[in-house]
Write a protein that binds this ligand. Structure first.
Ligand code: COA
Ligand code: MG
Length: 292
């Protein structure tokens, strides 16, 4: 999955028309919180049209409305079609919710002649209940690629301001993010994605936020404005120093492996199996194609 997924509001025909030229890999067309209630049905039509028009040239995901909204059934029915890469389900609070969506996607794939399991899922955890159920949610569907974190909704749910006035992540939010990294790894999912940064003109702050999320173990972050995309991509890409280190470790490991040596010293630091595995992971991440 691309490190930066740019949200495009589903009721904004002008912004949807920009899809071919928008930066980054995957895009996230939104039917949820950027669409005003009176315009939900219109947004569905516009986004379905965008999937038809651009879905074979861009990787297009759709954020549908949540279980509590009464809109979800019709959203899924309208979105499952050729050109849809996957569904982002917001405010997921139980494994059962994700299993229900999984079942419905399967039925719609059959009805529309799509390959079984081809519509993927991203589940956004953004309430305290969702966080508590995250270990079960993470294992609830073979379609699930990764979890996402929604800091604005989560902060409101636990009674905190968002964005934080002094720019520092409250410990409660930090702990939620750490939990999602651990839960994702334990369930064999891709690293989780961080939610968007609302202060979209402040790119220095975005860079700091992105680097902080990367340092916690997140694999990417959502964007809301095109200018944010390159900043996020750069923050999550392995650094030149990491890549040089990983290549050197792999070369040394091969040399020592040929002599059947498992642990060896490199510049005064011990290298053994987990270090080699991490070097392989860094190189694998750098080789990932964008736009997936
Ligand atoms: N997708 C596509 N195009 C976008 C865009 C987006 N998310 N954000 C901005 N643009 C386009 C604008 O349409 C504008 O195009 P123009 O120059 O041809 O008029 C250009 O980029 C510059 O935009 P700018 O004037 O700087 O911003 P704005 O005031 O038009 O929009 C936001 C600001 C925040 C309203 C807008 O970026 C947006 O709607 N973002 C997505 C919001 C969203 O989906 N939220 C839900 C998830 S948290
Ligand atoms: Mg949210």
């Amino acid at each position: 999955m691309s490190a930066a997924m740019l949200f495009v509001p589903g009721s904004d025909a002008g912004k949807l028309a920009k899809i071919p030229g928008l930066p980054g890999g995957a895009l996230l067309l939104d039917l949820e919180d950027s669409v005003a209630w009176p315009r939900k049905a219109e947004a569905r039509k516009l986004v379905a049209g965008a999937l038809d028009q651009y879905g074979n040239s861009r990787v297009l995901w759709v954020r549908v409305n949540s279980f509590g909204s009464d809109l979800l059934f019709d959203d899924l029915d309208a979105m499952v079609r050729q050109g849809l890469a996957g569904i982002n389900l917001p405010k997921v609070e139980s494994a059962q919710q994700l299993q229900t969506v999984d079942w419905m996607l399967g039925a719609l794939e059959r009805r529309r002649g799509l390959e079984a399991g081809s519509v993927r899922l991203l589940a956004t955890i953004e309430t305290a209940l969702g966080l508590q159920s995250a270990p079960e949610i993470a294992r609830s569907s073979p379609r699930l690629d990764s979890l996402c974190f929604g800091a604005a909704d989560y902060s409101r749910d636990v009674g905190l301001d968002w964005p934080p006035a002094d720019g520092t992540l409250p410990l409660t939010v930090q702990q939620a993010k750490v939990t999602l990294v651990q839960v994702s790894a334990a369930a064999g999912l891709d690293a989780p994605h961080d939610g968007s940064s609302a202060e979209f003109r402040d790119l220095d702050r975005l860079e700091l936020e992105s680097r902080a999320a990367c340092a916690l173990g997140f694999g990417g972050k959502h964007a809301i404005h095109p200018v944010q995309v390159p900043v996020i991509e750069a923050a999550f890409a392995p650094t030149g120093r990491q890549l040089a280190w990983a290549r050197e470790v792999m070369a040394a490991a091969q040399h020592h492996g040929e002599q059947e040596v498992g642990a060896f010293a490199l510049h005064g630091v011990m290298v053994d199996a987990p270090v080699v595995a991490r070097a392989r992971q860094v190189l694998g991440r750098a080789a990932l194609p964008d736009g997936v």
